[in-house]
Design a protein. Structure first.
Length: 344
C-alpha cells in the first residue's frame, strides 16, 4: 500500500488480493484517511489523479477544524432525510413543551421555557413526467431498466426495498410483490399488487434470469441483479443516464413522489396509497402528493362536468329580470315586485 503522510491525514492507493492467483495489486484510484473526533475515517476520491486526493484531504481537514460535519455519508444525506429530521425535532420539542405545561400545572416549575418550532413546508418538487421517465429509461444499462421501472410504478425505495428483492418475494400466481416484516424503513411488511404493466416487467425479468441460470448453470436468488450478482451501486450509471436524458440532478427517490402523485391522479384513496407506498403518516404522504398544473386542469374538467349536470333553478327568470330592469329605469314598481310584496 502506497502511503503519503500529510498533516492530520494521509492519501494512499489501497491494495487488494486477486482471488485466483493470490497476487497483491494496487488500485489506480486514490483514497484519503483523516480523523474526526479521534476516529479514523476513510474515503475514496473516485479519481486516479493524486492532486485530487490532496485537494480533497485538505478540504476535509479544514472542515474538521471548523467543526463542519464531514464524511462520505454526510454527502449522501438527502433532502428527505433533512425533512424527516425537522419533523423529528418538532415532535421532540412538542413532547418537552407538553411535559413543562403539565409540570407547571402541578406547580413543579416556575416558568415554561420557549421551544421554537421549525416550519415543515420542506417538500421537494421533484417528480418525473412520463416522457422524462422514458428518456432516462432509454439511457440506463440493461440491468437497471427493470428495477427502475418497478420504482416508477410502486414508489418503493430503490436501494433498500427494490434492489434487495429475492425471487421468492415475487408471487406471479397470486399477483403480489412483497416486502417482509423488518425489511422496510418503518419495520412493517408491505405488498404491492401486480398491475398489468408491473407484471410484464417482472415476468420479463424472471425469464431473463432463468435464461442466465441455464447458460451459467448457477442458481440466482436475486430478483434484480447484474449478471447474477446483487446490484451494489447504481449512482454512477444513474447520474450518467439522467445527464444524457436532459434531466440532470434527478434522484431515484423522485420516483417515490412520482408514484404518490400518480396514485392521487388515479383516484386511489389515501389510506390505500399510503399502504402501497409504505407511508405511516398522512403528513409525509401529503408532502409527496404534489399538485401540478395538469392535475388542476383535470379538476377543472371534473368540476365543469359536475355543474353541467345540475338542474339549477334561479330566483328570477330572464323575462322577470328584464321587466324589473325596465321598471327601475322608469322609477316604478314592476309586476314581479308587486306580486312579491302581495305574497308577503
Amino acid at each position: 500500500m502506497k502511503r503519503r503522510d500529510r498533516g492530520m491525514g494521509r492519501i494512499f492507493q489501497p491494495t487488494y488480493k486477486v482471488k485466483a492467483t493470490g497476487e497483491l495489486k494496487t488500485c489506480e484510484t486514490w483514497a484519503i484517511r483523516y480523523f474526526v473526533n479521534g476516529k479514523a475515517t476513510t474515503e475514496t476520491t473516485g479519481s486516479t489523479n493524486r492532486a485530487d486526493a490532496v485537494r480533497l484531504l485538505k478540504q476535509r481537514i479544514g472542515d474538521v477544524a471548523t467543526g463542519k460535519p464531514v464524511g462520505p455519508l454526510i454527502q449522501r444525506l438527502t433532502f428527505e432525510d433533512l425533512a424527516e429530521m425537522v419533523v423529528a425535532v418538532n415532535r421532540e420539542f412538542a413532547a418537552l413543551r407538553r411535559a413543562f405545561h403539565l409540570a407547571a400545572r402541578a406547580s413543579k416549575v416556575a416558568a415554561i421555557p420557549h421551544f421554537p418550532v421549525t416550519r415543515e413546508d420542506t417538500a421537494r418538487k421533484g417528480f418525473f413526467e412520463p416522457g422524462q421517465f422514458q428518456a432516462v429509461l432509454d439511457e440506463l444499462p440493461d440491468y437497471l431498466k427493470a428495477p427502475i421501472q418497478v420504482a416508477y410504478i410502486t414508489g418503493w425505495r430503490g436501494p433498500s426495498e427494490i434492489f434487495t428483492r429475492h425471487r421468492h418475494h415475487l408471487d406471479l400466481d397470486a399477483g403480489w410483490l412483497r416486502l417482509d416484516v423488518g425489511e422496510t424503513k418503518n419495520g412493517k411488511g408491505r405488498m404491492f399488487p401486480l398491475t398489468p404493466e408491473l407484471r410484464k416487467v417482472l415476468e420479463e425479468q424472471v425469464a431473463l434470469t432463468e435464461a442466465l441460470e441455464k447458460k451459467t448453470g448457477k442458481t440466482i436468488r436475486w430478483l434484480f441483479h447484474r449478471n447474477g450478482k446483487p446490484i451494489k451501486s447504481h449512482y454512477s450509471a444513474w447520474r450518467s443516464a439522467c445527464d444524457r436524458a436532459g434531466v440532470p440532478g434527478r434522484m431515484v427517490h423522485d420516483f417515490r413522489r412520482t408514484a404518490v402523485r400518480n396514485f392521487e391522479r388515479a383516484g386511489i384513496p389515501r389510506s390505500a396509497g399510503m399502504a402501497l407506498s409504505g407511508h405511516l403518516t398522512g403528513a409525509v404522504y401529503g408532502r409527496y402528493a404534489i399538485v401540478d398544473e395538469g392535475m388542476l386542469k383535470e379538476s377543472e374538467a371534473k368540476l365543469s362536468k359536475l355543474h353541467a349536470g345540475e338542474d339549477r333553478k334561479y330566483a328570477l327568470t330572464p323575462a322577470q329580470i328584464e321587466r324589473l330592469a325596465k321598471a327601475i329605469s322608469e322609477n316604478r314598481p314592476s309586476e314581479d315586485q308587486v306580486g312579491a310584496t302581495a305574497g308577503k
